[in-house]
Design a protein. Structure first.
Length: 391
């Protein structure tokens, strides 16, 4: 089918969505891309059983696309989802020297067949810091300090009560007198008892609600100036799986086996295809998406590729993908700089295809803004031509 993941085979009452997944319209489920602005553009997040095709800009302005990839991967780790990143290498790396002797350099102009494994390794170590974890850690530390303080106060009260026991009958008489004198006061404020109990219960419900929302977050907030690896030690090798350069059908079989091997109960799988062989993937992707949807697997895909002259493969991939995005940075545009109205932007995000209806999409081009800690994707505000700088 062409629709993303539908209603699970289990009954709705017995089915429990994986962590980081929420129900959506028509029995579908969403997971976050890691960036709230991008989730809003896509209609709430990425549908389970769907794929995003992301085209990078040129080599020196590809940071915008890589930042989106980092958000996507960081959200997988924050939600304790299965992050799977296959890397692709040539079938016979030993013959590289022989090929170069005979001038066989057919792939060098097609895809950058560099050491992708090290690139993915560095990308994972550069994932942004999870601000929700920092906030939750501060809350836990504060609660721990308050609990320790309460225990210390309780211990001191017990000690003081033991000291008062030595006063004998006189202390008991004085306590009785005090209770009699305060009896009327207790009756005067008895009507407030119900109200105070309600307020206490309301405060407890609020605290539990805050705790639950802090634990169950759909889209986390991240700090691009800090590293997730400083919060939790990442093992990049546990996410990377090396696959050989094969034909389309062999690649499809390898990806299916990879999904089976990494499947875990009640966990969504994020499959990142980073600079894959486009010609083979153009054959494997429709088969893979059909397999995922037929078996209703909780899998989402992100396919990242560089600009390529292989137009046929990119058209086939765009046709098989649910969302097609491309980024363009302004840093390298010296000869033809962007308009003056875009001087506060780093680049633009082009949306060529999306799962949302055409009437629901606000625009097909958005801007990129970056502050010290976050990346933002605002709407473009283009003034009328008569009021634009430079006409």
């Amino acid at each position: 089918g062409s629709a993303p993941l539908g209603t699970p085979t289990a009954s709705p009452s017995s089915f429990r969505p994986p962590r980081g997944v929420k129900p959506w319209q028509g029995g579908t489920y969403l997971t976050s891309t890691g960036l709230n602005d991008l989730d809003s553009i896509l209609g709430g997040g990425q549908l389970l059983g769907s794929s995003i095709l992301l085209e990078e800009d040129r080599l020196w302005t590809r940071d915008l696309a890589l930042t989106l990839v980092k958000y996507w991967c960081a959200e997988a780790i924050s939600q304790d989802q299965q992050l799977v990143i296959p890397t692709f290498s040539k079938a016979n790396p030993v013959d590289d020297d022989e090929d170069s002797l005979f001038g066989d350099e057919e792939n060098k102009n097609d895809q950058p067949w560099r050491d992708l494994k090290n690139e993915v390794h560095d990308l994972l170590l550069g994932l942004p810091r999870n601000l929700h974890w920092d906030k939750q850690k501060k809350k836990d530390e504060k609660a721990k300090r308050e609990q320790e303080q309460a225990e210390a106060n309780a211990a001191s009260d017990i000690t003081s009560s033991f000291g008062n026991m030595g006063m004998g009958d006189m202390a008991i008489l004085e306590e009785d007198d005090e209770e009699e004198s305060n009896a009327e006061d207790g009756l005067e404020v008895a009507w407030q008892y119900k109200k105070s109990v309600q307020q206490e219960r309301l405060a407890q419900s609020k605290s539990t609600a805050v705790a639950s929302t802090s634990v169950d977050v759909f889209c986390h907030s991240y700090d691009l100036s800090a590293r997730l690896n400083d919060q939790t030690k990442l093992a990049p090798a546990s996410y990377i799986f090396e696959l050989g350069m094969k034909s389309g059908y062999a690649l499809f079989f390898d990806l299916v086996q990879l999904l089976k091997g990494t499947a875990s109960e009640n966990k969504a799988i994020r499959l990142l295809l980073y600079h894959p062989p486009l010609d083979a993937l153009s054959v494997a992707l429709p088969l893979l998406m059909a397999h995922i949807r037929k078996n209703e697997l909780p899998v989402v895909l992100l396919i990242v590729h560089a600009p390529t002259p292989d137009v046929k493969s990119t058209i086939l991939l765009a046709r098989a993908s649910d969302v097609v995005l491309s980024t363009e940075g302004f840093a390298a545009r010296k000869k033809y700089p962007p308009p003056a109205e875009f001087r506060h932007l780093l680049g633009i995000l082009k949306i060529q295809k999306t799962t949302r209806k055409r009437t629901e999409v606000a625009a097909s081009i958005y801007g990129f803004k970056r502050d010290r800690r976050k990346l933002h994707i605002p709407l473009l505000h283009i003034p009328p031509e008569d009021y634009a700088e430079g006409g």
